[in-house]
Design a protein around this ligand. Structure first.
Ligand code: FAD
Length: 394
């Protein structure tokens, strides 16, 4: 159905998996190879901070063993892309092997931002990969105290899971409230209250001054002098696209911009998922991926682009998070808002925040509502409200 016969995907996570599935479902019968730095077949990351981390018997694998062989997808696991020569259409792996392609899809996801001063300690870690999660699960099983630096989505989920397992937990956040930069002050203060009710020591408007200890951190000293004793530390202060390896390729290693079909500015090269900055049809801005749904959509769109199919319908961005059995679902871009309306029980955990911009609905945050409520919320978003995003005022 097309003249392409060798598709190579760098990175083997959610976006790569969806790209493979769409290619096969839409009739592509040429070769597909996936080169992934991690030594495991594509798996889902959300359980790694939730059920899986808590020790529940969930399998994060995206497809059963054998799926890739059955669908003619060659997995090159434990092999990272290190250089791209788009003129020769060659991807070089970290073991020196050079792979030729007709089309390349960059799907290398994102990498956690490290905190200077906390690097090199035995008991400090990020949470991105299954290996990170295995390490953290072991640490949580030992009990004791956990310090979480950064009250973003992953930090808060780790804090909630660690409390469920009975650890003493301190969350350290530079901003005025958890997730305030994304969800605003109202949602942030509700999240802070929920975590405090669950026994988390939430410290906001503060940062780590220094780590005390030699090989292991024994305590974190915060600005102002407070010492937080800890057996283990999780750093969750954000992610950046894992695209540094594109240096010298002609693509910007800091932000790989793509169109609605995942195509980059370089011939024969597409990108998807957290590694790509997608053109957001609502705002016209290039937005980096950072959530599950955009990886699914990006992988699908890239496959459509490779096959010359029309782009899937544009979608309003959304993400979810689970903390203490409360599902948070956000649709739209709350950062575009100039006001917030609250509905629900002021003292409870089930509520709805409607983020307005210029009198129109820009985003909706649902807490403790069934997943189906997201569909109704999505219908309320007014596309024009996203024209000129700026900082949230709430
Ligand atoms: P990834 O899934 O990160 O896959 C990229 C793969 O490429 C990785 O295996 C990586 O090792 C590999 N790679 C990196 N560099 C190279 C290289 N040079 N060469 C080859 N391979 C490379 N989103 C939500 O919406 N809701 C949630 O509740 C939620 N929970 C999350 C919990 C955790 C713990 C994490 C880490 C993320 C969570 N997310 C959540 C985000 C979501 O999982 C990601 O947005 C999604 O996984 C992105 O998919 P991806 O395919 O772009 O990247």
């Amino acid at each position: 159905m097309s003249s392409i016969s060798h598709i190579l995907i760098a990175g083997g996570g959610l976006a790569a998996q969806r790209c493979c599935e769409t290619l096969r479902a839409r009739g592509y019968d040429g070769s597909i190879a996936v080169a992934c730095a991690e030594p495991v077949a594509p798996y889902d990351r959300p359980p790694l901070s939730k059920e899986w981390l808590a020790g529940e018997p969930v399998d994060p694998a995206l497809r059963p063993p054998g799926w890739h062989a059955e669908h003619g997808v060659e997995l090159l696991l434990g092999r990272a892309a290190r250089r791209l020569d788009p003129h020769r259409r060659v991807l070089e792996l970290d073991d020196g092997e050079r792979l030729r392609y007709d089309r390349l899809v960059i799907a290398t996801g994102s990498r956690p931002v490290a905190l200077p001063g906390l690097e090199g300690f035995e008991n400090v870690q990020p949470l991105r990969t299954l290996a990170d999660a295995e390490r953290l699960r072991g640490a949580l099983a030992a009990g004791g105290s956990l310090a979480v630096v950064g009250a973003g989505l992953i930090g808060l989920e780790v804090a909630a899971t660690a409390r469920r397992l009975g650890l003493r937990v301190t969350v350290i956040e530079a901003g005025p409230a958890p997730m305030a930069a994304i969800l605003g002050a109202e949602a942030g203060s509700r999240l802070a209250r929920m975590h405090r009710e669950e026994g988390v020591d939430v410290r906001v408007r503060t940062t780590v001054e220094r780590a005390l200890g030699s090989a292991r951190v024994e305590a974190l000293e915060l600005v102002g002098g407070l010492r937080v004793p800890c057996d283990h530390v999780v750093v969750g202060v954000g992610v950046r696209p894992a695209t540094a390896w594109l240096e010298g390729s002609g693509l910007d290693p800091a932000a790989v911009a793509v169109d609605e079909l995942g195509r980059t500015s370089v011939a024969g090269v597409s990108a998807a998922g957290d590694a790509a900055c997608r053109l957001d049809p609502l705002s016209g801005r290039q937005m980096p991926g950072a959530h599950w749904e955009s990886a699914v959509r990006g992988g699908t769109a890239a496959a459509c682009g490779l096959l010359g199919l029309p782009a899937p319908a544009p979608a309003i961005p959304s993400f979810w998070s689970d903390q203490y059995g409360v599902r948070l679902q956000c649709v739209g871009d709350p950062r575009a808002a100039d006001g917030v309306a609250f509905a629900g029980d002021p003292a409870g955990r089930a509520f709805e925040l409607t983020y307005m911009r210029g009198g129109r609905t820009a985003a909706v945050l649902l807490a403790g509502r069934p997943p189906a409520a997201l569909r109704a919320a999505r219908d309320r978003i007014d596309v024009q409200s996203h024209d000129h995003p700026r900082s949230i005022a709430a």
